[in-house]
Design a binder for this molecule. Structure first.
Ligand code: OAD
Length: 244
């Protein structure tokens, strides 16, 4: 039925894996200032503070308490079993989609597991948290790696590929994102504009400004596996209520 599927994921898909979201109660932006830890200016002002913030998130990601949940596994299953095109665009910097098996994946806001040389822009897998000794091997003298994270005021990665996929998609699903940060928040408009069916999965009820045609309210880990099975069964989303 569907031929080209684009899926946008946000922090909500990783919430059931033990990773805090940004804007829910007790979320990351309640405890940290965006200006201090998520802007180029904040980094220039206090490198150690920013490194501590991303290092503690890196350590949590590498701890036993974090692992993919059924929503991540369901999207990997969709990629493997679907015979059309699929692209998962994630705003998340964790690697839970990869660990679950997703490969057609784009990290538009960067990756916690990588550092970047500020001169050559080459990226390096981080084997340990950030610190003055975590340096590039592309420069002499070696440069201190910066987090490979898109900060406010910087351009997200992969925008050409994302726009191509949105132009062609016939189904767009956003999972666990508050839709407050652009350009990701505008993808639904673009998908609607190109005639796609647009579907949202979120813990919260949609507000009256929502641009999505269909909503599933609840936990991603409960809803996404059923949604994926319906797509693989050739069902049209919204034609019958989702059975949980
Ligand atoms: P937010 O924290 O803004 O939103 C998380 C969304 O997930 C909320 O709408 C929740 O209702 C929903 N949610 C929470 N738990 C859920 C669950 N178990 N199942 C389904 N939905 C759930 O996170 P994002 O929208 O991802 O950017 O934030 C976007 C960007 O803002 C992030 O990538 C980050 C941040 O600043 C950068 O750092 C550049």
């Amino acid at each position: 039925m569907y031929r080209n599927i684009v899926i946008l994921t946000g922090a909500g898909i990783s919430a059931e894996s033990g990773i805090k979201t940004f804007r829910d109660q007790n979320g990351l932006w309640e405890q940290h200032s965006i200006e201090d830890v998520a802007t180029p200016e904040g980094y220039a002002n206090d490198i150690e503070l920013v490194e501590r913030f991303y290092s503690s998130r890196w350590q949590q990601l590498h701890s036993d308490e974090v692992s993919p949940n059924p929503a991540h596994y369901a999207l990997a299953k969709l990629e493997q079993a679907f015979d059309g095109n699929i692209l998962v665009i994630t705003q998340n910097v964790d690697d839970l989609h990869e660990r679950a098996g997703s490969r057609r994946l784009l990290h538009m806001h960067g990756e916690l597991n990588k550092g970047r040389c500020p001169k050559s822009l080459q990226t390096f897998i981080l084997r340990e948290p950030f610190g003055p000794d975590n340096c590039c091997t592309c420069c002499i003298p070696a440069k201190r790696l910066r987090p490979h994270i898109v900060w406010f005021g910087e351009m997200p990665f992969g925008m050409d590929r994302i726009h191509d996929a949105l132009d062609r998609c016939d189904l767009f699903i956003a999972i666990g994102t508050s839709g407050t940060v652009y350009p990701a928040a505008g993808f639904v408009d673009s998908a609607n504009h190109h005639g796609a069916q647009t579907v949202e999965v979120n813990l919260l009820e949609p507000d009256r400004h929502s641009q999505f045609q269909y909503h599933f309210t609840g936990k991603a880990g409960d809803i996404v596996p059923q949604l994926v099975d319906d797509i693989l069964d050739g069902k049209v989303i919204g034609s019958e209520p989702i059975a949980l």
